[in-house]
Design a binder for this molecule. Structure first.
Ligand code: FAD
Length: 405
């Protein structure tokens, strides 16, 4: 009688990408354990401040395709809670509005609430019998050859260790798995902080004459206030508010020290946004909210033999101007699964056969994925210049008019 073998995967990081990976591997029949450093975000009141990340995200076809595959209705549920954005709405200097559609066939990107998306992935994974999620577990150390990981359990200060067949590092831009992989895989690594920071602000809903809550601007656009060396953008939320993100050099943020400085700056550069935000709200949000750094990371290879692999921001962190960081991480999961299929990684095969096919699959994935991921990191960097400056250049506007004609 043949013994049933269950392959184990330990996923470090229960963010968006780690949780989608958990669902895919559970679907393949693996025993999945996710170790997440933070508390369970579903139990916290202010998830946005906890994550120190954008409140909403642009979800594109790249990410949506990856949500289709596990066949658990994720794609449908997500589409039910997004707001489609069919183009950019430029807020020019004198308050003039210009719409640039994303395509001639109604192509769009979709605004989605980060906390809500993460909740959906956590809830879906938790319902699967072969997934276990351990919160407040921070990876301290892993030994790739033996498959042993050591965590600190922050809820009681204890040390927890686990042995696994495969380690997936989905632990974000400051990945511990990546830093431990560097030496054994002789990783080439490139990291660049840009001189700009971001700060989130808010445009609340307005109330119409009948007392109904409404969006203060057209919700089906990604709004941009391009000001050449800096910019502000706004994405709609389902509660009819907008989350604005102001991107500009750290020195410009540091030069705004008082409420008067802030109001003069906004009156000069974004006057039409003040009545939308409300002066008091703007002051409170600006001085309360963090000014986050942004960086780009490229590295290769992503895997150590058949033992470990990094995905998502751990493998390729990009500046947010192309709106593709999460989308690309979701695509990593989709492609990784595809490579396991292509290389016949069959968890029921004997251990040697299983390990050899997994080794081939992970090597092939790394080789193929790195070129594309590095290209998207470059495109993201390039798109900042397009969004904050090129979009208002006459030639760009003429080209857009011709494309839209
Ligand atoms: P993370 O979201 O960083 O998750 C990593 C997880 O690992 C975290 O939960 C962390 O707590 C955990 N962790 C870290 N270290 C350890 C450890 N040692 N042990 C255990 N757990 C650990 N992307 C888009 O596609 N569209 C957008 O519109 C978009 N907008 C953005 C706007 C801004 C301002 C920013 C900053 C980013 C934006 N992104 C966008 C990028 C997107 O946020 C990231 O690409 C995405 O969150 C990456 O997901 P991840 O799961 O790989 O990493």
């Amino acid at each position: 009688m043949t013994e049933t073998v269950v392959r184990r995967v330990a996923i470090v990081g229960g963010g968006l990408v780690g949780m989608l990976a958990a669902i895919y591997f559970a679907n393949r029949g693996w025993q999945v354990t996710v170790f997440e450093f933070r508390k369970d975000s579903r139990q916290l009141e202010d998830t946005a401040l906890l994550s120190n990340r954008s409140i909403n995200l642009a979800l594109s076809v790249r990410g949506l395709n990856a949500l289709k595959k596990p066949g658990l209705g994720l794609h449908e549920q997500v589409l039910g809670s997004v707001i489609p954005m069919k183009g950019r709405m430029l807020h020019l200097d004198k308050g003039r509005l210009v719409s640039h559609p994303y395509g001639v066939f109604g192509e769009c990107i979709n605004s989605i609430d980060r906390a809500q998306l993460l909740k959906l992935l956590l809830d879906t994974a938790e319902e699967l019998a072969n997934v276990k999620i351990l919160f407040e577990h921070q990876l301290k150390y892993c030994d790739f050859d033996s498959g042993v990981l050591v965590f600190e359990n922050h809820s009681n200060g204890s040390e927890v260790s686990q042995t696994t067949d495969l380690i997936i590092g989905a632990d974000g831009a400051y990945s511990t798995v990546r830093s431990q992989l560097m030496r054994p895989v002789r990783m080439n690594f490139q990291q660049e902080y840009i001189p700009h920071a971001y700060c989130e602000l808010n445009i609340p809903p307005v109330t119409d004459a009948d007392g109904r809550s409404k969006f203060a601007m057209d919700p089906n656009h990604l709004h941009i206030w391009p000001r050449h060396s800096f910019m502000m953008i706004a994405l709609p939320n389902t509660n009819k508010s907008f989350t604005c993100t102001l991107f500009m050099p750290f020195e410009e943020f540091e030069a705004i020290k008082t409420e008067n400085d802030l109001m003069s700056f906004f009156q000069k550069h974004f006057p039409d946004s003040i009545p939308l935000m409300g002066a008091q709200n703007l002051k409170e949000e600006y001085f309360r909210n963090p000014k986050g750094p942004m960086m780009s990371i490229k590295c290769t290879p992503y895997n150590y033999k058949e033992r470990a692999i990094i995905i998502g921001d751990a493998a390729h962190c990009m500046v947010p101007f192309y709106g593709q960081g999460m989308n690309c991480g979701f695509e990593d999961v989709f492609l990784l699964n595809d490579f396991l299929d292509k290389f016949n990684v069959d968890d029921t095969k004997d251990t040697n056969e299983f390990r050899e096919s997994l080794d081939r699959a992970l090597n092939a994935y790394t080789e193929r994925r790195h070129t594309d991921a590095a290209a998207i990191c470059d495109l993201a960097m390039r798109n900042y210049i397009e969004m904050r400056s090129d979009v208002v250049k006459p030639l760009y506007i003429i080209r857009k008019r011709i494309e839209g004609a």
